[in-house]
Write a protein that binds this ligand. Structure first.
Ligand SMILES: Nc1nc2c(ncn2[C@@H]2O[C@H](COP(=O)(O)OP(=O)(O)OP(=O)(O)O)[C@@H](O)[C@H]2O)c(=O)[nH]1
Ligand SMILES: [Mg+2]
Length: 307
């Protein structure tokens, strides 16, 4: 064994992994499960993840830095288009791409798009068929589609195929083993005790948004953004003021709910979860504000990190 190999073995392995795929396939659920901690919000709404979230897993054998990305989705407005762009750009310069597919559904147009993109990527790529707990086995459909695209593009690219259920934690050990084998030898990229470098302000806003998404349906979640205005960190309690943007007056009424019930539920649920996350009591003050067309307003999108 030469000196460099010896040094590398002592160092372990380290690398960056872009977690990409269609919206709602379970990317954030998967990342949370791999870390054993919630770092990224989850819901059954399209494009729940709106920022690029780095989630860092440190083990004796090395460090994996996951980039949880917004799910690619047929975009209507500026926000959706920007989110798709963020996701597509995330695969550049990473050590591996983890393409998450929904095993419970047939391949969709966005999966086709990702397969095409991957034929052009140089690095390793792992296709994870998630939601294997659901009935319906579409692995052969995905493999067939991949083969067709590979032939069309005359690509020699190989994919590693794995199956998981992120909701129940099935297939996680195998996935982690594969990832640690894939990334190169190297020193950790982040300090060992860091789970994420996602700013606290954005995380608190996301937790509030997740609770809103659990209660709101149809188009309303897409018309909502949350912005934390201030955090006052006292020793025993953190007081947070946050604005919830909606696009129309009628939406404001829905978010507040009858006798303020919906907003109260959101506040209580968010306070509870934030307490579990940070180990300190939270007092949230939530303001619902009508901000017409915020999804088309460059400055608001920029402030929220969606542009
Ligand atoms: N049955 C089942 N449901 C899952 C599984 N993984 C995730 N889900 C559910 O799928 C929905 C979407 O999960 P997310 O983790 O938010 O999906 P995502 O790919 O991050 O979505 P975006 O952020 O919108 O791109 C949630 O309701 C999850 O509970 C799984 O393995 N099995
Ligand atoms: Mg997500």
């Amino acid at each position: 064994m030469d000196e460099t190999t010896e040094q590398n073995e002592a160092m372990g392995r380290a690398g960056i992994i872009a977690v990409v795929g269609r919206t709602n396939v379970g990317k954030s659920t998967l990342v949370n499960h791999l870390l054993g901690e919630k770092v990224s919000i989850v819901s059954d709404t399209v494009q729940t993840t709106r920022n690029l979230i780095r989630a860092i897993l440190t083990e004796p054998r090395g460090q994996l830095v996951f980039l949880d990305t917004p799910g690619v989705h047929k975009a209507k407005g500026d926000m959706g288009k920007n989110l798709n762009k963020t996701a597509r750009a995330s695969v550049q310069g990473v050590d591996a791409v983890l393409l998450v597919l929904d095993g419970g559904h047939r391949p969709a147009l966005e999966d086709d798009g990702w397969f095409r993109r991957i034929t052009q990527e140089e690095g390793a790529c792992i296709a994870v068929l998630n939601k294997r707990d659901l009935p319906g086995n579409h692995i052969e459909d995905y493999k067939k589609l991949w083969q067709e695209i590979r032939e069309e593009k005359q690509s020699g690219k190989d994919l590693v195929w794995l199956e998981t259920s992120a909701l129940h934690g099935d297939g996680m050990t195998g996935l982690l083993d594969t990832l640690f084998e894939t990334v190169p030898p190297g020193a950790p990229l982040f300090p060992e005790d860091i789970l994420t470098d996602y700013p606290r302000k954005l995380n608190i806003a996301d937790v509030i948004r997740e609770k809103l998404f659990h209660r709101l349906h149809d188009e309303l979640p897409h018309a909502i953004a949350v912005w934390v205005e201030s955090i006052d960190e006292q020793e025993k309690k953190w007081s947070v003021e946050a604005s919830i943007y909606v696009e129309r007056h009628s939406q404001k009424g829905i978010v507040i709910g009858e006798k303020g019930r919906l907003l109260k539920w959101v506040r209580e649920q968010a306070e509870k979860e934030l307490y579990e996350m940070y180990g300190v009591r939270f007092k949230l003050k939530l303001w619902v504000k009508v901000e017409k067309n915020w999804r088309k307003n460059f400055w608001i999108l920029k402030k929220l990190g969606y542009a």
